[in-house]
Design a protein around this ligand. Structure first.
Ligand code: SIN
Length: 510
């Protein structure tokens, strides 16, 4: 076992936008970044087409961006966080540009601003058209490589957080050749989302909620876990993961039609509503397509080169053909509960990006607010770490057993069956019954199942429909003020055991 003796150096787990921006903001202070694959590969940020939302237009202001964010979040957002993030957005775009991101601009050098669903203004900045995520990541990777204070350990995957007296004391990781133990009293989780837990996803398949699992097993509180966003228009040509067909295509006027050519919904409603409309229409036996022929026609390939390439590879010409689409898991609003500085409930543990639940997104994330959140919150996390002294005497840790690499295994089918676009009590109970024993076993699906279990328990407890959480047995919002859900893994386990015990008793009573 290799024990890297740098206990005063913060460790960032994850090398997407949130992780790299945190490391860059920490410079010139030293920081170690763990990237489980080669830098730039296997990260959801690199897949992003939609860009970054910011009130930059002459007709726009952060307050309007905040109003749209709150409306999409279905009364569950933390209004103070929304105000802070939307206010910081224009300066964050400038910061990214200073760090080398070449955003798309008009002939006068102003930002080209796109429209996406549920935004009341054109406010999405892109880079490289629909290649925003990979363009942004290329620029940030170059910036990281130029920064000597950042040590990137590629091919190193965090498997457990080490604790002492309830505080973070280090990271146990698997390296390319051996186990690595990193003493560290300040650790940031920036591992992205959970799409790999679902049968249909636009995320990299390695997005199994590992960061949420690390935090959960360390006793951190998780928030809003039941809120999982399904994108309505993933390209339905049999690929896994599914390429996204960006909302920006609908923002440019493309419509959603079925096999008869009929439109069946308003394409620019918030994402959760469009996803449900597509889901139900498919459930009624229809096929669903995006029709960009009229709105974009021959312009499609230049405006959306990456999507056009995916379509062409499947034998579809978006200028003349309908594009087959279906909903797919795209983003997790829930995650590790953090405060305004990105601190979790475990001392020494911060979270940033999709793995964190800041309260910005509420029950449904507004399009292009995720890269924004990652970049904005990275600064707050870095500032908070910089003002938190490292804790000494962290080197006497007993070497724990390295858990196996996570694999979703049966969890994908369980989540897809019980925790998809539409949910109900029976499906949620079935998911809990299946997930609980896997979550507390020793197999590779244990961590994915633990994340799924907390999602399922939170979803069963939320007896209402709100944002992306839609219960067909409770199809309305509950009366009274919205409440965020907060759960630890041990609490979810207790609830699951009680539920299943009750069910067994009821069955005996039958
Ligand atoms: C999209 O381009 O439709 C996705 C944007 C996002 O997820 O924010």
């Amino acid at each position: 076992m290799d024990r890297l003796d740098r206990s005063d150096t913060p460790v960032v787990i994850g090398a997407g936008l949130a992780g790299l921006m945190t490391a860059l903001y920490l410079a010139p202070a030293p920081v170690i970044v763990l990237a489980k694959t080669a830098l730039g590969s296997g990260i959801a940020s690199g897949f992003a087409q939609g860009g970054v939302a910011a009130a930059l237009g002459a007709d726009d202001e952060p307050g309007l961006h905040a109003v749209d964010t709150l409306a999409a979040g279905d009364a569950l957002c933390d209004a103070a966080v929304v105000e802070r993030v939307t206010a910081a957005a224009p300066e964050t775009i400038a910061e990214l540009a200073r760090r080398g991101v070449a955003f798309d601009r008009d002939a006068d050098g102003g930002f080209l601003l796109g429209l996406e669903a549920a935004h009341s203004r054109r406010r999405i900045v892109h880079a490289g058209g629909d290649r925003s995520g990979s363009e942004i990541m290329c620029a940030l990777i170059a910036a990281v490589r130029r920064t000597p204070s950042i040590t990137v350990l590629e091919g190193v995957e965090a498997r457990r957080l080490l604790l002492r007296d309830g505080c973070v004391a280090g990271v146990l990781a698997a390296g390319p050749a051996e186990t690595v133990m990193l003493p560290a009293s300040r650790v940031v989780i920036a591992t992205g989302g959970i799409g790999g837990l679902y049968r249909h996803t636009t995320n990299p398949l390695g997005a199994l909620g590992q960061g949420v699992a690390l935090a959960a097993r360390a006793g951190a509180r998780l928030a809003d876990m039941e809120f999982v966003q399904f994108h309505p228009t993933a390209l339905d040509v049999g690929l896994d993961p599914m390429p996204l067909v960006s909302e920006a295509v609908r923002g440019e006027g493309a419509s959603l039609v079925d096999e008869t050519g009929a439109r069946f919904t308003d394409e620019l409603k918030p994402r959760d509503q469009v996803s449900r409309a597509v889901w139900r229409h498919r459930g009624d036996g229809h096929r669903v397509f995006l029709d960009a022929r009229q709105a974009l026609g021959a312009r499609f390939g230049t405006r959306f080169p990456a999507i056009a390439a995916h379509c062409r590879a499947a034998g579809i010409d978006p200028a003349t053909d309908l594009i087959p689409v279906r909903p797919a898991e795209h983003y997790h609003m829930g995650g590790i509960a953090v405060d305004a500085a990105g601190r979790s409930t475990v001392a020494g543990l911060w979270a940033c990006g999709e793995a964190a639940a800041t309260g910005l997104h509420g029950a449904n994330r507004l399009a292009s607010n995720s890269l924004l959140e990652a970049a904005v919150c990275a600064r707050w996390v870095a500032d908070s770490i910089a003002s938190t002294p490292a804790q000494p005497k962290l080197f006497q840790l007993p070497p724990p057993v390295l858990p196996p690499p996570a694999a979703a295994g049966p969890v994908r089918e369980i989540m897809s069956a019980g925790l998809g676009v539409l949910r109900d009590r029976d499906g949620l109970r079935a998911a809990i019954t299946a997930l609980q024993p896997i979550a507390f076993g020793n197999g590779p699906a244990a961590d994915p199942a633990a994340v799924g279990l907390v999602i399922a328990v939170a979803a069963l407890g939320r007896e209402e429909s709100r944002g992306a959480h839609w219960r067909s047995d409770f199809p309305r919002r509950s009366a009274g003020p919205a409440r965020r859900s907060l759960l630890r893994l041990d609490e979810a386990d207790i609830i699951a055991t009680r539920l299943l015990g009750d069910a067994a008793l009821a069955a005996v009573g039958d």
